[in-house]
Ligand binder design. Structure first.
Ligand code: HEM
Length: 236
C-alpha cells in the first residue's frame, strides 16, 4: 500500500520529464551542432552568428524542465524540504534565464520560415508571463505565503513546459505538410501553452473546491455535535 503510494507520487515528475524529453533532446542536438558537429546552413545560421543566448537558453531550459519536475512530488517535498529549497534556488534562476534568452531571441534573431507576427506576439506574451509567474512565486515564498507560492510556480512551469506539449500539438504539422503556414504554426504553438495553462487552472480549481467541500463537511459535523447529534436543518 505504502509502496504504491510512493510510486504514485513519482508519476507526475516522471510524466513531466517525459514531456520534456523531446525539447531537451532537440536542445542537445543543437548544442552538438554548435560544438562543431555540423556545417552552417540557412536553417541554423542564426544560432552560429549569435550563439550565446541560444546556448544559455538550451542549458537553462534543460535544467529548468528536468530539475523543476522534482519540485512537484508532494511527499518528497514534505520529507525533504531542504532539497525543495535548494533545487528551487537553481530552478528559478534557470527559468528566468530561459524566458529572458527566449525573449531576446524572439526580438533579435531573424525569423525562421513560418514564424509570423502572431507567433512573435505570443512568444513575447509567454516570456513576460513566465518571468512574472516566477517573480510572483518567489515574492510569495519570501512572505512565507505557500498557498500563493504554489499556483504561481505551477503556472510558470506549465508555460515553460509548453515546449514539450508543442511537440505533440505539432504532430499534424509533420503528418500533413499541406497545412503548413504561419497561422497554423501560431495556432499549434499557442495550443501547447494553452493546454498546459488550462490543465494547471483546472487542477487548482479542483483543489479549491475539494478544500471548500471539506470545510463545509467539518462545519456541518461541528454543528451536529454541538446540537447533540441533530443536524440544524432537521430541527423544527
Ligand atoms: C523552459 C521552457 C523552454 C524550453 C524547453 C525551450 C526549448 C527550446 C529549444 C529546444 C529550442 C531549439 C529549437 C530548435 O532546435 O530550433 C528553443 C529555441 C527557441 N526558444 Fe525556447 N524553450 C523554452 C522556453 C522559451 C520561452 C519562454 C521562449 C519565449 C520567450 C522561447 C523562445 C525561443 C526562441 C525564440 C527560440 C529560437 C527559435 C528559432 O529561431 O528557431 N523559449 N527553445
Amino acid at each position: 500500500m505504502k509502496t504504491s503510494a510512493a510510486k504514485a507520487e513519482w508519476l507526475l515528475p516522471a510524466g513531466l520529464i517525459g514531456l520534456s524529453f523531446f525539447p531537451v533532446l532537440a536542445g542537445a542536438f543543437r548544442l552538438f551542432q554548435l560544438g562543431g558537429g555540423a556545417g552552417i546552413t540557412p536553417e541554423n545560421a542564426r544560432f552560429f552568428a549569435t550563439p550565446l543566448p541560444f546556448v544559455l537558453h538550451l542549458i537553462s531550459v534543460t535544467i529548468y524542465c528536468v530539475l523543476g519536475a522534482f519540485q512537484f512530488a508532494p511527499g518528497f517535498r514534505r520529507r525533504r524540504p531542504e532539497w525543495h529549497r535548494l533545487a528551487g534556488r537553481v530552478v528559478v534562476p534557470c527559468g528566468l534565464v530561459a524566458a529572458l534568452t527566449g525573449l531576446w531571441m524572439t526580438q533579435y534573431y531573424p525569423r525562421p520560415l513560418y514564424d509570423g507576427t502572431l507567433l512573435y506576439a505570443m512568444r513575447l506574451g509567454v516570456g513576460v508571463a513566465m518571468v512574472l509567474c516566477l517573480g510572483l512565486g518567489m515574492s510569495a515564498i519570501g512572505r512565507r505565503d505557500i498557498p500563493a507560492h504554489r499556483p504561481w510556480m505551477m503556472r510558470g512551469y506549465a508555460l515553460g513546459l509548453g515546449a514539450g506539449t508543442q511537440v505533440l500539438t505539432h504532430l499534424p504539422w509533420f503528418l500533413f505538410p499541406s497545412i503548413r503556414g504561419e497561422l497554423t504554426r501560431a495556432v499549434l504553438m499557442g495550443a501547447g501553452w494553452a493546454i498546459n495553462l488550462a490543465w494547471v487552472e483546472w487542477l487548482l480549481l479542483r483543489e479549491r473546491s475539494q478544500v471548500q467541500r471539506r470545510a463545509r463537511t467539518a462545519a456541518r459535523q461541528t454543528t451536529t455535535s454541538q446540537t447533540g447529534g441533530t443536524p440544524c436543518s432537521a430541527k423544527t
